[in-house]
Write a protein that binds this ligand. Structure first.
Ligand code: RAT
Ligand code: ZN
Length: 424
């Protein structure tokens, strides 16, 4: 039955978006059996690097980053709580996220009393396994993609020589290979030595093939350093094995492997790391890079599928135009400094206007399990609002709409379009 009025359409879109179970195409989460790598709970929430960076804008000069990071996690969390939640109102997106998360967990009364210690006591009663169930249910998650780095010893011990069971229903792996594009030859060498593989381009390929077999990733993922230039054929023909650099690792290792193993490459453009190293994970910045790097890749590698997200606001329009031209390109999410309501709204509008439903509207980038709750709640509120406007306009243009048709589209935008792209 077609929906008969603006109000009926708005309320259908609102509830369908709220209820949809999402595929979260990029997170930094780990399942419980990966031990300390699984981050969850109030102290991890409060020491999220977005909040730590915000804390340092307000911190007294006596608390340097060195001093801060030398403290126990709980003491770090106390400082952030006091500065950003007690001495001022937590109105930034990252702060409000903590509030939303606690409220959704049913801890509103403790938040009302600003009782951090009671909040801690509540978390102390949870188990990692039970808490994963709870969060996935509350946040309405089908499954998440994880970030798995074959060059990080603290991660690889869970996979090699003996792999732990991975909860593949809820956690899908992504092989993260930034070290190739940053030309971090030191850590590549260590990983090669660990598996007794020779230090050559062929060796790096072999190494990654081993990790593909071990981790069974759904895609490769890497941030693209702003300095990376797409190498010309001429540069490639004069390449000498003694000068292994990021451009050759891209052309000789990553792109061929992606094609051979039918693994898409998920790129992240426009981050610059770090602009303030003392802040550690929170020290990276944003820079505007050339969208044409991605255009050249899409054009020259038609058999490779690319997922892409850009950090610079000004690149979003050009990216949409690109995605409108290449079937081997799929846009995902509003990344990091773009994951703020004002920018999510603007980006989503332009994406729908240019691409319809052929993109993935959001990913959480959660590092702490609990963040799935607020990141999805906040994003859904904004994206849902944009979609309401779009459907009402379509209705006014003379198109009748049923709830089922809208549901089909909403499912695409929150994971279905990603799966369709992956199956292409
Ligand atoms: O948003 C973040 O947490 C960043 O620190 C980055 O991890 C970014 O998302 C990335 O995956 O490179
Ligand atoms: Zn990330």
């Amino acid at each position: 039955i077609p929906l008969k009025s603006d109000d009926a359409i708005r309320s259908a879109v609102k509830s369908l978006v709220e209820e949809v179970h999402v595929i979260d195409v990029h997170t930094h989460l780990f399942p419980p059996n990966h031990g300390k790598l699984m981050l969850w709970g109030i102290d991890e929430l409060l020491t999220y690097h977005y909040l730590v960076a915000e804390y340092f804008i307000t911190a007294p000069a006596t608390i340097t980053p060195e001093k801060f990071f030398a403290l126990e996690k709980q003491a770090q969390a106390d400082l952030v709580w006091d500065s950003l939640f007690i001495q001022r109102s937590p109105i930034s997106e990252a702060c409000r996220g903590v509030v939303t998360t606690l409220s959704e967990l049913g801890l509103g009364e403790l938040v009302e009393r600003r009782d951090l210690n009671e909040v801690r006591k509540w978390f102390a009663k949870q188990t990692p396994e039970g808490y994963v169930d709870k969060v996935f249910e509350l946040a309405k998650i089908k499954y998440v993609l994880t970030t798995n780095i074959p060059f990080e010893k603290k991660e690889t011990v869970h996979w090699y020589p003996k792999a732990k069971e991975f909860d593949t229903n809820r956690f899908h792996t992504g092989l993260r290979v930034d070290q190739l594009l940053t030309g971090n030859w030191e850590s590549i060498k260590e990983a090669l030595d660990e598996m007794a593989i020779e230090h050559t381009i062929e060796g790096v390929k072999q190494l990654l093939e081993k990790w593909i077999t071990i981790m069974k990733p759904k895609y490769f993922m890497t941030a693209v350093p702003p300095t990376l230039e797409f190498p010309s054929d001429e540069e490639m023909s004069t390449y000498a094995p003694s000068t292994i650099n990021s451009a050759t690792l891209l052309r000789r290792v990553l792109l061929p492997l992606a094609e051979q193993h039918h693994l898409p490459i998920a790129f992240k453009f426009d981050s610059v790391r770090p602009i303030n190293p003392a802040l550690r994970e929170g020290g990276d910045g944003v820079v505007t890079t050339k969208v044409s790097t991605l255009q050249k890749l899409c054009l020259n590698y038609p058999k490779v599928k690319f997922l892409a997200t850009f950090l610079a606001r000004v690149n979003q329009h050009e990216l949409c135009v690109l995605a409108n031209k290449f079937g081997n390109l799929h846009i995902y999410g509003c990344w990091w400094y773009c994951n703020n309501p004002s920018i999510v709204e603007e980006i989503t509008r332009i994406r729908v206007e240019l691409l319809g439903t052929a993109f993935t509207s959001q990913h959480s980038d959660a590092r702490v399990l609990d963040q799935l709750i607020y990141k999805w709640k906040h994003s859904k509120a904004v994206i849902g609002g944009v979609l309401q406007d779009m459907y009402v306009k379509l209705f006014h243009a003379g198109w009748s709409l049923t709830r089922e048709e809208i549901q089909r589209d909403v499912e695409r935008l929150f994971g279905g379009a990603y799966e369709e792209f992956m199956q292409k």
